[in-house]
Design a protein around this ligand. Structure first.
Ligand SMILES: [Zn+2]
Length: 123
């Protein structure tokens, strides 16, 4: 989650892959206004609400069913890589998530969304 100076928020989901420039690849990005936490943590979930930003057409990168953020990704071939864990590299230009989908954006801009984030539980 990243909030800009103008109060607009960008909700995004990062993957464990990077691109050639070592930018973390994202599964999606969703520009919101009026982002509010609701029931901060309840039963292993965090709940938020917000409204899809009505005058944005660049940061709205929401996938349709079946989109694979790792499509075409390859295991990092660098044996001396600085990363402390094995990771994949996505094709150039794919780090920002799916392409802007005009039709999906038109259908959802200005609408209220509820976001539920499940917190991984380990004992
Ligand atoms: Zn690497």
């Amino acid at each position: 989650m990243h909030t800009r100076e103008d109060g607009q928020s960008i909700l995004s989901s990062k993957t464990d892959a990077v691109d050639q420039s070592r930018d973390t690849a994202r599964a999606f990005t969703l520009p919101l206004v009026g982002f509010t936490m609701r029931n901060f943590i309840s039963d292993g979930h965090m709940f938020f609400t917000g409204y899809v930003l009505a005058d944005d057409d660049q940061d709205f990168r929401m996938p349709l069913a079946g989109w694979d953020p790792y499509k075409g990704a390859e295991k990092c071939p660098d044996e001396d890589c600085d990363f402390d864990h094995e990771h994949r590299i996505v094709p150039e230009g794919q780090w920002a998530g799916p392409k802007h989908n005009k039709d999906l954006y038109k259908a959802t801009k200005g609408m209220k969304v509820e976001v539920r984030i499940t917190i991984p539980w380990s004992e």
